[in-house]
Ligand binder design. Structure first.
Ligand code: PLP
Length: 376
């Protein structure tokens, strides 16, 4: 039996996504900028795909720009926003547990002289809107926060920030990294006053190599990738049409958020209850976390040892996030958890394709991990 419980790292592409990508590669392989029929057909597919992603975000298609991945969406949003706003202030407010594709941009901006304030989560992995309220001021030009933390699943108050920015009479633009929340919770950027929002295709059963950036129509950021001017000059480079078509097909196939979330909540609740019966297991994700992600620690077993043990037995989970290979989790560190708990943490992340039988198989292995690995 093989059980894939690492869906926050990436998901298995759905059949509809694979079929669409193949059709583009085999038949409609034109460049959407070309002026002949194959180019025209590709451009129709591109705009249809844009409409699908826009519908999923309840926004206008003209606000959606395709990018090569969530990382490029985040870099484009952050450097674009700072470039646009740098004459109006010097302060950036973000969190201490952002994904590296945001955190490393912040390191660079800090080196360049911007004041970067990174708000720490509490022991539960949550950050209250009050913390943002205290820091956002007239000198703040950008607030950048994730919608859902990729390691523990906590949901951040991204929908409350614009009201604070307005109340504080701040010029700040609001960027939300929605890579882990997209298609899992309702995120409507226009309604929440989000100026820039990043998503990624491979987290929603599409292919790697595709993302999107929502940009509010009143915000005119400058591109940081220069070239042929594709995607409204926001992200130059020939669009990856197989990936874009697959992205659109996967999003259409996923449909509504609610029914899927109910199923995942049941799986998560069951797994949590059963895990808590096993001595030595502690749960790092707050009760209020998005049910797709469950972070646990297995007392006395280093993360990599348990990940290897599970893998050898056919279960695929992650030690923290897939991007943090080999270094101590920034997320769990920023929560102030004890080192032993951080170093024994494992992230389980579900998708709708998982079943109760699969979680039972995993739970059995957690039990045997304690008996077998503590012998060594
Ligand atoms: N932001 C978050 C919260 C993520 O979890 C990830 C990937 O794990 C990214 C951004 C980067 O997305 P991509 O892999 O598409 O570059």
């Amino acid at each position: 039996m093989q059980v894939y419980l690492d869906n926050s790292a990436t998901t298995k592409p759905c059949e509809a996504a694979v079929k669409s990508a193949l059709a583009v590669m085999n038949e409609e392989y034109g460049n959407p900028s070309s002026l002949h029929m194959k180019g025209f057909n590709a451009s129709v597919l591109l705009e249809n795909s844009r409409r699908t992603i826009a519908e999923s975000l309840s926004c206008e298609p003209s606000c959606v720009y395709f990018t090569p991945c969530g990382t490029v969406s985040n870099n484009t949003a952050i450097f674009g926003a700072v470039n646009l706003m740098k004459r109006r202030g010097n302060k950036i407010v973000t969190t201490a547990f952002e994904h590296p594709s945001v955190a490393r941009c912040m390191d660079k901006l800090s080196q360049e002289g911007f004041e970067v304030v990174r708000l720490s989560p509490d022991l539960n992995g949550e950050i209250s809107p009050d913390k943002f309220e205290k820091e956002i001021d007239g000198n703040t030009i950008l607030v950048s926060l994730m919608a859902v933390n990729n390691e523990i699943g906590s949901i951040l108050p991204f929908d409350k920030i614009k009201a604070i920015i307005k109340r504080k009479k701040s010029p700040a633009l609001l960027h939300v990294d929605a890579v882990q929340g997209y298609m899992k919770i309702n995120i409507k950027p226009e309604k929440c006053g989000i100026d820039l929002l990043s998503v990624s295709a491979h987290k929603v059963h599409a292919l790697k190599g595709c993302g999107a950036l929502y940009i509010d129509r009143a915000v005119r950021i400058k591109p940081y990738i220069l070239g042929g001017g594709q995607e409204g000059n926001i992200c130059s480079g020939t669009q990856a049409m197989p990936n874009i078509a697959a992205f659109s097909a996967a999003v259409s196939e996923l449909g509504g958020i609610g029914q899927r979330l109910e199923k995942i909540k049941e799986l998560n609740g069951y797994t949590r209850r059963e895990l808590l019966k096993i001595p030595g297991v502690s749960i790092n994700s707050p009760e209020s976390a998005l049910a797709y992600i469950l972070n646990i620690s297995l007392k006395g077993i280093p993360s990599q040892v348990s990940v290897n043990y599970f893998s050898q037995n056919g279960v695929f989970v992650s030690a923290g996030s897939a991007c943090s290979k080999g270094h101590r989790s920034d997320t769990l560190t920023s929560m102030g958890l004890p080192v032993e708990r951080i170093d024994s943490a494992v992230r389980i992340s579900f998708s709708c394709q998982n079943t109760k039988e699969e979680t039972d198989f995993f739970l059995k292995l957690v039990n045997t991990a304690f008996s077998e690995l503590s012998k060594k």
